[in-house]
Design a protein around this ligand. Structure first.
Ligand SMILES: Nc1nc2c(ncn2[C@@H]2O[C@H](COP(=O)(O)OP(=O)(O)OP(=O)(O)O)[C@@H](O)[C@H]2O)c(=O)[nH]1
Ligand SMILES: [Mg+2]
Length: 364
């Protein structure tokens, strides 16, 4: 790890120096304002001082081995401890409960759709509940798939899907590393500016990596819209003030390891989530459902209004999105389905999500 101290009159200037010397992957470890120069203690000037580092080795986290302790094996009947009748009774009732669940038949004619839902990674309990509920209505000859689609749709139709009816001026995109926050900010900004003729601006608080600032600045340049880089709370507040007359301001945030609780705390301190803001949690459809749940719980103390699911083009299973919606009762604003800005984004609807999971409906 190469670590170095840099000084310049302002943050943007010091960042330029960092980038020149350490490259775009440099990480800012510390920043402060120092007084330098002057004569006999007078006329000193404020300088921004930054300690930056760059790691020449790729330390992207590799998937960890599952180290969860395994449950001890069940004792064989002959090994059962004697005289412990209470425990034995409970064990017996648990065994029969599990057995009942295993053998409870799927309603006739619904086996295919049930197994399809499981193959889509829909939670087993949800899939079972839905097919059972649909099967209860025997007074219809509609195809089973249609009935299941409508049923799942019915479970989501009260949630908020798609873009908001009234735009809140400040739209935050938060989420873990690399899910597509910056790319999605660019797609949304392009849609608002080019298709809706709105007055759009961008704020990025992702000052963790220099390359991240450049990435959004490039999009802002192409779209000919202003952008402010917020290194701290004051910058962020000043940028909000500067853009207060704008129709919509998209705020990109740094992605970090969501398992680091200080990250989400810092985010909460940096951004104003209270007034006039909309916050989307961006999740990649290529993540496992368990990870999505963990991510959501890390971010849950922020006021998450809707999900954005990205990288739909990189998977053919969408059940985890449906599980998240059902579990948290939060709707989906958009799906993104490719790397192209501005085209690869579609507005979500409950019917589309339902059809996607049941029928393999594909977004164009
Ligand atoms: N296939 C596919 N790739 C995508 C999609 N959205 C974003 N990407 C790609 O995912 C990569 C990461 O995208 P970014 O927008 O930089 O992700 P981020 O969340 O801002 O990343 P950090 O700022 O590092 O946390 C880029 O290569 C994007 O082109 C999508 O819908 N489909
Ligand atoms: Mg980013």
């Amino acid at each position: 790890m190469k670590v170095k101290k840099f000084q310049a009159p302002s943050m943007p200037e010091v960042m330029k120096k960092v980038k020149k010397e350490l490259g775009p992957n440099a990480v800012i470890l510390n920043e402060k304002v120092v007084k330098t120069g002057g004569f006999m203690g007078l006329f000193k000037k404020n300088q921004t001082e930054v300690i930056a580092a760059v790691d020449p080795i790729d330390r992207t986290p590799k998937p960890k081995k599952d180290t969860t302790p395994k449950a001890p094996p069940m004792p064989l009947a002959s090994e059962e401890p004697k005289g412990n009748s209470e425990i034995m009774k409970e064990l017996q009732s648990l065994k029969s409960l599990v057995k009942n669940q295993e053998t409870e038949p799927i309603p006739e004619g619904f086996e295919d759709v049930y197994h399809h839902l499981l193959a889509q990674d829909v939670e087993e309990a949800l899939a079972k509940e839905w097919v059972e509920e649909v099967a209860e209505n025997t007074l219809t000859d509609e195809p089973i798939d249609n009935r299941v689609v409508k049923h799942i749709y019915g479970r989501m139709k009260d949630l908020s899907f798609g873009k908001p009816d009234v735009y809140k001026p400040f739209v935050h995109l938060v989420g873990p590393t690399g899910v597509g926050k910056t790319t999605t900010v660019a797609k949304l900004a392009a849609d608002s500016a080019l298709n809706k003729n709105m007055k759009v601006a961008l704020i990025t608080t992702d000052t963790y990596r220099i390359a991240a600032i450049e990435q959004l600045k490039t999009y802002a340049g192409i779209l000919d819209i202003p952008i402010e880089v917020a290194y701290n709370m004051e910058d962020y507040a000043a940028a909000r003030e500067k853009f207060k007359e704008y129709d919509v301001v998209y705020v990109d945030t740094a992605g970090r390891n969501f398992r680091d609780p200080s990250y989400v705390k810092e985010l909460g301190e940096l951004l104003d989530f209270n007034s006039n803001t909309e916050t989307y949690l961006v999740l990649s459809l290529t993540s496992k459902y368990k990870d999505m749940q963990d991510i959501y719980h890390q971010f849950a103390h922020l006021p998450i209004e809707q999900f954005i699911f990205t990288k739909m083009d990189e998977t053919s299973t969408y059940g985890s999105a449906l599980n998240m919606v059902m579990q948290e009762r939060i709707g989906v604003a958009y799906f993104t389905n490719g790397q192209d800005v501005p085209d690869d984004i579609v507005e979500a609807t409950p019917m589309r999500l339902s059809r996607q999971v049941v029928e393999g409906f594909v977004y164009e």
